[in-house]
Design a protein around this ligand. Structure first.
Ligand SMILES: *Cc1c(COP(=O)(O)O)cnc(C)c1O
Length: 365
């Protein structure tokens, strides 16, 4: 099947978009096929019931692969919902915050999550790196022992900082893993809830994954509207209402791809390799400097700016790199400079192409 016009004159694009972002080619092709003809049914994936006999196995396999790839212990449910990570900012406190919750303020997404929680109870900001424009992840803090949960953002997509290991705290954790899910093994047993928008590492936008500990739900005394209650979606196995069918199908293709590639250990190995390559060039090249402190550097979102003495070259480099096929490397407006998002599907060759670009540009100056 011909999916798009292969114009041989069109240059290869290296997709560093922060989100929605790069997906494996076969994920896009398989999803495109299913949109034209879902499993030889003569119908499009877009025009069948989510309760169709041939769609239920899609959800079941996606849940099973989630559990297998992340080694999710017994007693957890995997949900596919709508609303994005932003709706989880509100669902988390709705479902888990009875009196007090602790939040680590490591970036704008963390801050937004905290803002929503304030409507439901006492919110303790254990630490913040806002004063340094979130260039590091705070480390010395204590989490109140009586907090219902401790909320973290494992990867700060905008600032390029990442918690690359699970923390050790004495309170159950909740994590926004929108932008680093499946990029390393995680100890799910430390969390009562892990959630994320799919559009960075898993699928097109429109589906939100939630891993939730079943017995952590149902402990708050407030009324929770059905659609916002995790219990509803656990009971309904993500079919309480019509779920985002096409993004779930695409997520399944990514999960199969992840497994075939060797799973999260292999993704971690690749993420280390790719990010080490790019950070080495940033540190070596006289034109550029990284923005995040070294120990907290993200493997997923690599942020850098022009060195102060070359500041006026920023627009030139963007133009130079764009002409060589780099896409989406302009930094977020709150950091400036450049951000190269190197998610699971990003091939090493694209990272190398960006490095080549940086070296060629350096020779010109
Ligand atoms: C992109 C992003 C979000 C927002 O996700 P939506 O699905 O658009 O609501 C939240 N948290 C993090 C860490 C993100 O990268």
């Amino acid at each position: 099947m011909k999916l798009y016009n292969k114009n041989t004159l069109q240059m290869k694009k290296h997709n560093f978009n922060a989100g929605p972002s790069i997906l494996p080619r076969e994920v896009i092709e398989n999803t495109a096929k299913a949109i034209l003809d879902f499993e030889d049914s003569g119908l499009s994936l877009m025009e069948i019931s989510h309760r169709a006999k041939n769609f239920q196995p899609v959800v079941d396999e996606a849940v099973a692969l989630f559990k297998e790839l992340l080694q999710i212990p017994e007693g957890y449910s995997v949900l596919f919902l709508g609303g994005g990570a932003s709706l989880e900012f509100c669902m988390v406190p709705f479902n888990f915050l009875e009196k007090k919750a602790a939040y680590l303020n490591s970036g704008v997404w963390a801050k937004k999550a905290m803002k929503e929680a304030k409507g439901f109870g006492e919110v303790v900001e254990v630490a913040s790196s806002a004063e340094a424009n979130y260039t590091y992840i705070p480390k010395d803090y204590t989490v109140p022992a009586d907090a219902d949960y401790f909320h973290i953002t494992s990867n700060n997509t905008i600032y390029g900082t990442e918690l690359k290991e699970d923390l050790d705290v004495h309170v159950p954790m909740v994590a926004d893993m929108s932008s680093d899910i499946f990029s390393r093994p995680i100890d799910v047993s430390k969390y009562i809830c892990i959630y994320g928008g799919a559009q960075k590492n898993l699928a097109p936008s429109g589906v939100t994954f939630v891993i939730v500990k079943d017995d952590a739900v149902g402990k708050v005394s407030r009324y929770i509207p059905s659609m916002l209650s995790y219990q509803t979606h656990i009971d309904g196995a993500s079919m309480f209402n019509t779920p985002p069918v096409v993004p779930i199908y695409a997520a399944l293709q990514t999960l199969r791809w992840l497994k075939a590639q060797g799973g999260v250990k292999e993704m971690e190995r690749r993420a280390i390799e790719k990010s080490d390559m790019l950070y080495a060039e940033i540190d070596r090249n006289k034109l550029f400097v990284g923005t995040a402190v070294k120990e907290d550097r993200s493997r997923m979102n690599i942020c850098f700016v022009m060195a102060p003495e070359f500041a006026e070259l920023e627009a030139d480099f963007l133009k130079f790199a764009t002409e060589k096929g780099m896409v989406g490397i302009k930094g977020h407006r709150s950091v400036g400079g450049f951000r190269a998002s190197c998610y699971n599907a990003m091939p090493k060759e694209s990272v190398q192409a960006l490095i080549d670009c940086m070296q060629e540009f350096e020779k010109l100056h």
